[in-house]
Design a protein around this ligand. Structure first.
Ligand code: G6D
Length: 353
């Protein structure tokens, strides 16, 4: 069910950009605003981050439903990947190394001996080039980034594009394109934290989550994903909508076998009190559901909201994490000169009355 027309305010698509700040390295960062059909999305060149998503509730009152920071310094210092693009490879890589053909890729071990989200820099700490576009029906922004040769330990020069598009019916899509000058691995994601209760909500305990996933990947003692197992009879069975609790438990890849593809939402997050619903569609084989257990009071998000476990949840569509260590899962190889594409969509609507 899309957002009712009387709530859309009939606003046509529009875009705007403004200066946001200068990084510690002296790079200028712009904030880009996409507005369409009553939904407003703000994105940053820094990390290709989604800074805020304002969505109406059943009474038509719009509120921000993702975590973001008010200043650039918080984004530069953040260690929770709040709202940013992760890559070239999202998730954990055991031993921070990957056998690729005859090569051994040596990546940054930024979590013990593990590489998490391509290290402490990667896509999430890069300044992307953002260019907005709008044709009256859709509003969007194209983020582009070209790496240095072998940057972050990934072979060759990578040219990546991440395009956010906001349609007039509450749909925010993210489409990836990438090319590499050498054979490499490529499996990015978007790491937004969602709380559909809005800026004043401090917990997702009043939300409900549905995951159309019959399998999930258990984690070992270092939070490294292991081979998939059935969810049946475990706390990881979200095939019926229920509260995403206990938040500390969840940091797992779910495999939306049934819910994969752009026409069936693999995940549905509901907030009955406000009437907001978010559906996630993706062509990727995995979605990491992370309950936000590492969010902490030393983080102050937009609107002065202190971090706490369960403040918001992340749903990160991506390739099978840790595939390099799990021989039966295919590596996300991007061959020299090949074009990588992927698409996910976060669609906001109102719960049926
Ligand atoms: C924690 O284990 C989680 C990761 O999955 C998450 O992406 C990160 O915090 C932000 O390390």
């Amino acid at each position: 069910m899309s957002i009712r027309s009387d709530v859309l305010h009939g606003s046509a698509a529009c875009v705007a950009s403004g200066f946001f700040g200068t990084t510690e390295g002296g790079e200028r960062v712009f904030l880009h605003t996409l507005a369409n059909g009553g939904v407003t999305v703000r994105c940053l060149d820094f990390g290709g981050a989604v800074h805020s998503i304002e969505v109406p509730d059943r009474s038509g009152r719009a509120d921000n439903v993702v975590l973001g920071f008010d200043g650039l310094k918080e984004y530069e210092r953040d260690r929770s990947w709040c709202g940013v693009l992760c890559g070239p490879v999202a998730g954990r890589i055991a031993g921070a190394s990957v056998h690729l053909g005859e090569r051994e890729l040596s990546l940054e071990a930024n979590e013990g001996t593990t590489c998490l989200h391509s290290g402490s820099a990667g896509f999430s700490k890069s300044v992307w080039k953002g260019m907005t576009f709008c044709d009256g029906l859709i509003a969007g922004i194209r983020f582009s980034l070209t790496t240095l040769p072998g940057e972050w330990g990934f072979p060759g020069v990578l040219s990546a594009k991440a395009v956010y598009t906001l349609d007039g019916g509450g749909g925010l899509s993210l489409e990836w394109e990438a090319w590499s000058s050498e054979d490499t691995i490529f499996a990015p994601t978007f790491h937004g934290y969602f709380n559909l209760g809005g800026q004043d909500s401090v917990s997702v305990e009043d939300h409900r989550l549905l995951l159309r996933a019959g399998r999930y990947m258990p984690l070992d003692g270092q939070s490294l994903p292991r081979l998939p197992e059935p969810v049946g009879g475990t706390p990881f069975d979200f095939r019926s909508s229920r509260p995403p609790l206990p938040v500390d438990l969840f940091d797992h890849p779910f495999l939306p076998d049934e819910g994969r593809g752009i026409d069936i939402p693999c995940a549905v997050l509901d907030h009955p009190a406000s009437g907001r619903r978010m559906e996630l569609f993706t062509d990727q084989p995995a979605v990491v559901f992370y309950g936000g257990r590492s969010l902490s009071p030393d983080q102050v998000f937009s609107g002065g909201r202190e971090g706490r476990p369960g403040l918001a949840v992340a749903l990160e569509p991506q390739w099978y994490p840790n595939a390099a260590a799990l021989r039966s899962l295919p590596l996300p190889v991007l061959k020299q000169g090949e074009r990588y594409t992927a698409k996910s969509e976060w669609r906001f609507s109102l719960l049926p009355e």
